[in-house]
Design a protein around this ligand. Sequence first.
Ligand code: JFZ
Length: 431
Amino acid sequence: MNEQIAVKDLVLAQDKKDWFVADRFGMFIHWGLYALGARHEWLKNREEITTADYQKYFDNFDPDLYDPKEWARRAREAGMKYVVLTTKHHEGFCLWDSKVTDYKAPNTPYGKDLLKPFVDAFRAEGLKIGFYYSLIDWHHKDFGVDVHHPQRNADDAAAMNVGRNISNYASYMRDQVRELLTGYGKIDVIWFDFSYPNRTYRNLPGKGRQDWQSEELLAMVRQLQPDIIVNNRLDLIGQEGYLPDITTPEQYTPRAAPRINGQAVTWEACHTFSGSWGYYRDEETWKNPEQLIKLLVDTVSLGGNLLMNVGPTGRGTFDSRANDALAVYGEWMRLNSRSIYGAGPSTFQAPKDCRLTQKGNRLYLHIYSWPFRHIHIDGLGDKLKYAQFLHDASEVRWLTPEPTVDSNIGVAVPQGSITLELPVKQPNVTV
Ligand code: JFZ
C-alpha cells in the first residue's frame, strides 16, 4: 500500500453533497444472476452453492424484456432523483463489459452490455447516477474462503485458500472501478459493500481495509471522479481524520440522526420493498403503502435520505408489486414532495403521532394518526403566519394562545403553543 495516502485528505467537502441532501430520495437496484434463483441475492452463500453449480444462472441469463428507459421513467415518476445500481454484487457477476473478467453480461445468452444503456436512460430522465460495487466476490479465484463465503463449511475450506492472493483481487477491483469511473461520464455516487474485518467462523477470517487496500482504492476514486460521493463501507472509519461522505444504515430507521464521534454526518437509509434486495418471487414481506410513505417521512424528518430498492426479474422487468409500490410514492410525491425535496429536520418539537420536516421558514406537519380536531404545537405562537393543507392548499386555522379549558386545569400549557383546528374527517390527501 502507498504510505503517502492520508485518508483525511480523501474526505469530500460538504458543499459537494448539497445536491444529495436536497434530493432526498433515490432508487437502489439490485440486479444480477440471483434474479433467476429468485430467492434472495445471498442464495449462493445461504445454500452454499459452488461456482460450478451456480453456472446455470449465467448460462440462462437472458433478460429479453430489459428496457432501462422504462425503469428510469418509473423512478422519475416515483419522485426519485438518483439511482444506485449493482454493477457487481457478491456473486461477482458484472453487468458491464469489463475487460478484466469473462464473468459478465456480454458473455451470457443476452450477449450485451447492460450498463451503458442504463446510464443513458436514467440520465435522460434527469436522475443522478450511482454505482454499487461489491467488495465481496464469491467468484474471483483470488478471493479467499472467509466467514461469508459459500464454501465456508467445506472440509477443505482452509486448504482451498492455498495459492489465493488477495492483493491480486485488490488490484482487480481497482481495474474494475477504474473502468466504471472512466467509461460512463460523471458518476455521482459509488457504493462499496461491505467490510467485516472482525468476524471469524471456524478459523476463517473476515475482510477489511487491508484486504481491499481501501486507501488506495479511495484515492483512485477521488482522482478519477473528484466530486463523487463515497459511502462508508470501506472499513476506514477510525483512521486518522477520516469521515465517510455518507453513512448508510440498512433496513433500519434510527431513532435519531446518526453521528460519528459526536459529529452529525450526511446519511442515507437504504430499504427494500420486499425484504430481500434481489428479486425474490415468493417473499411475503412486502411493505404496505403506509409503511412506504412513513419510511420516507421518518428518514427526512431525521435529516437523512432514503434509497429504496427494486429487485428486477430475470427477464429485466420490475414486477407488478414493485410497480405498485413505486406508484404509491409517485402519487404521494406529486402532492407532497415540497415537504421532502430540500427539506430536513425541524427545529420545533413534533407533536404526538406526528413528524416534522422543515425547509427554511416552511414547516411541514406529517400527521401519522388522525386525531379528533386538535393538535398542539409548542413554540409556534408568535411565528405562525399561515397554515394550509399541502394536498389542496386549503386553509387550516389555529387557536393561540392554546385555550385553557377545564381539561387543562392543573396542566402547564407551554407559552407560545398553538392549537391547530383540523376537520373531524381526515381529507383524502391523495386526490
Ligand atoms: C449488504 C449486502 O450484503 C446485501 O445483499 C445488500 O446489497 C445490502 C444493501 O448490503 O448487506 C449487508 C451489509 C452488511 C451487513 C449485513 C448485510 N453486516 O455487516 O452484517
